[in-house]
Write a protein that binds this ligand. Structure first.
Ligand code: SF4
Length: 321
């Protein structure tokens, strides 16, 4: 709710703070229990920082709230935070670097289970076997090391490590981007199966719009630290409203040789979050930019059915508000 995360820029002779990078600049959204919210946008728009900030990874927030089951995550005392972390897990993009090469996979999956004493020690081995099995891994491979597994299997190990803690909410940060296309579908199917079985809630961060369309119930589109559009996945893909979303979605390949591609090419690159444009941050690249866009930040507009857009084009359109 209004979450901000700024990073200081230090410089000068005394290494003092000379500015700040506004990585997340006041974003609000909610994810219903048992559903998946996709978060899309160009590299550097703040998707990963959002995922990490929700989990209270990477220091304090700058402003706003993160509510998990109604509780402000940043107010949880340190001694309770460990327990809270078991409920909120993250799966990283790169299954190659996020696994310790020195530990056998059984230990990688079970390390935190032991630390949090989630199961009695006499049931521990059986528990790890069950988790590996749930994630499509052969339990008799638990003595092997990460380098002995393929990329897809390593991502399964990462998923098993998260699942072993019995989480309620999982941030999936580009979980299939580093995998071959043929393996991506298997991992996506696994995430969907586990969600159904264990009633998991996902924040699914990705730049792959086809994957997000497939897996998500709702989608948020980010640009330069802000959510510019949010809504039900079907609604948003069928009827994108924000000029940035339209440009992003026009880049999705259509598997039909007859189909006419009307690709919207965005000129220029994403501006620096250390010095974002005034008014609507997208105005430097928007083909529909008006005078007001350069000075006034667009307000939230509910276009009905929870379809939210931040754009002056809809200022006079009758919305749901
Ligand atoms: Fe374009 Fe203006 Fe809408 Fe921003 S507010 S996306 S500049 S039309």
């Amino acid at each position: 709710n209004g979450l901000k995360k700024y990073f200081p820029i230090k410089g000068g002779f005394f290494n003092t703070v000379v500015g700040q990078v506004k990585a997340i600049d006041g974003i609000s959204f909610h994810i219903k229990r048992g559903t998946t919210m996709g978060l899309v946008g160009e590299s550097g728009c703040g998707k990963t920082t959002t995922g990490r900030a929700i989990l209270r990874l990477g220091g304090e927030k700058t402003a706003g709230q993160v509510l998990f089951n109604g509780r402000e995550v940043y107010d949880i005392p340190k001694n309770e935070m460990n327990e809270m972390r078991t409920k909120m897990q993250i799966i990283f993009q790169d299954p190659f670097s996020s696994l310790s090469p020195r530990l056998p996979v059984g230990e990688i999956i079970g390390e935190a289970v032991k630390e949090h004493k989630l199961v009695p020690m006499n049931e521990y081995e059986e528990y790890i076997d069950k988790i590996m099995d749930e994630c499509g891994l052969q339990p008799f491979h638990k003595g092997r090391y990460p380098h002995e597994f393929s990329g897809g299997q390593r991502q399964r190990i990462c998923i098993a490590r998260a699942l072993a803690l019995n989480p309620e909410f999982v941030v999936c940060d580009e979980p299939v981007s580093a995998l071959d296309v043929s393996i991506q579908a298997q991992v996506i199917n696994l995430l969907e199966d586990l969600q159904e079985k264990f009633k998991l809630t996902y924040l699914f961060i990705s730049h792959d719009l086809s994957v997000v369309e497939h897996i998500s119930d709702t989608v948020g589109v980010m640009y330069l630290g802000n959510i510019v559009e949010f809504g039900d996945t079907k609604d948003l893909f069928a009827n994108p409203l924000h000029p940035y979303t339209k440009a992003l979605f026009s880049a999705i390949p259509i598997p039909d040789p007859e189909a006419k591609m009307s690709r919207i090419i965005l000129e220029g690159s994403i501006p620096s979050p250390a010095n974002p444009p005034s008014g609507c941050k997208f105005h430097t690249r928007c083909k529909e930019c008006m005078k007001i866009c350069k000075n006034k930040v667009p307000e939230k507009k509910d276009m009905g059915n929870g379809h939210i857009v931040y754009c002056h084009l809809y200022d006079d359109v009758k919305g749901a508000e």
